[in-house]
Design a binder for this molecule. Structure first.
Ligand code: FES
Length: 137
């Protein structure tokens, strides 16, 4: 059964960041790269668990998914150097190796085929600053 996350599903995740949270800078994200970001949650207390976000760049397009596998709800990778991906094609979970399409986060191979990563909307200003947006443009 396919489970398409609603556009606001990310906001229901634990420690979801506030809208407007700065995620990074476009210039720091190379074409075909994925960056694992740890963001403070909205109203987060000092020492609380950060929100883990995956930033993907393919040409001029930058997208983001919560770093949360659709199979068991655990991070696809705990650290940047553990990320498994084929630039512009797919990314993969470290645990049971479910594979997700780069462009839309849908699992196309593994234990959760047809389910998807949870997208997080972004906005990028003229200076290249990337922030969490209220909704997808
Ligand atoms: S937890 Fe990610 S594939 Fe099983």
């Amino acid at each position: 059964m396919r489970a398409d996350p609603s556009p606001a599903a990310w906001q229901a995740l634990p420690n979801a960041p506030a809208i407007g949270t700065v995620v990074g800078d476009r210039a720091a994200l190379g074409d075909g790269q994925i960056l694992l970001c740890q963001l403070p949650g909205a109203g987060a207390l000092h020492g609380s668990t950060p929100f883990s976000l995956l930033l993907l760049r393919s040409g001029p397009t930058i997208t983001a998914f919560a770093n949360r596998c659709a199979h068991f709800g655990v991070p696809l990778a705990a650290r940047q150097e553990q990320l498994l991906y084929q630039p512009h094609q797919h990314l993969q979970c470290n645990v049971h190796y479910a594979r997700y399409r780069w462009q839309d986060g849908v699992c196309d191979r593994g234990d959760c085929v047809g389910e998807a990563l949870i997208p997080v909307p972004l906005e990028i200003d003229a200076s290249g600053c990337i922030r969490i947006a209220a909704s997808a443009p």
